[in-house]
Design a binder for this molecule. Sequence first.
Ligand code: SF4
Length: 253
Amino acid sequence: MNPALRQEYLAALGLETWVMRGKSALAAAPSEFAAPVESPVAPVAPVAPVARTAEAEMSRDDSTAREAGFDWPELRARVAACTRCGLCNTRTQTVFGVGNQGAEWLIVGEAPGADEDRQGEPFVGRAGQLLNSMLRAIGLAREQVYIANVLKCRPPGNRDPAAGEAAECLPYLEQQIALLKPKIMLAVGRIASQNLLRTDVTLGRLRRQVHHFGVSRVPLVVTYHPAYLLRTPGDKRKAWEDLKFAREVCARV
Ligand code: SF4
């Protein structure tokens, strides 16, 4: 990537001070943490999933199988017509997902917000623009990845998804993953991370390690939600570390 263009993307992340290391543009990084750029992030203790009851596990397994076997058009149609939770009563439209159906990267957020509900596409508006910049900073165009949410309908007032809503909606995402077969998943934000990993562990503790999703054990890395980063720009550097880590993990798969 053109170095000037990369600087522009890093600037959009709030990382204005950076140096080039070597010939690769991908080695560019903020000078404050230049040393770890090409080094693996230090391992931390793996996070154990939250213990679940056998009944809950059986219920989830049944639910997961619900959408198995549907192809992309069938799955999209089922989501568009879905009334499995109360969010169908307040949505403008469902937000299925967008991107390259042959993508190696799957980006998963929490749920549609007001802009997404209006436009029918995940990660639009200011948060979407920042996500695009984050992706470009590691050499990925939005069109190269697939982007989806745990929930396909907007919770009113952007409240956190209820556990029952996430449980009803996750099978759609799980079938999207089965169809996509991504090399890596990037969970953005606490809600998406906790739902995908079935844990109550904080985002801070989930960062900097490789998790695995589902029976296919797709490598999964977590980072901050762009909407959070817009409110808390001081954490953009941590997000940049997460992105580099995810890029390293993907290169090893
Ligand atoms: S959030 Fe998911 S489960 Fe609930 S109505 Fe929308 S598509 Fe269906």
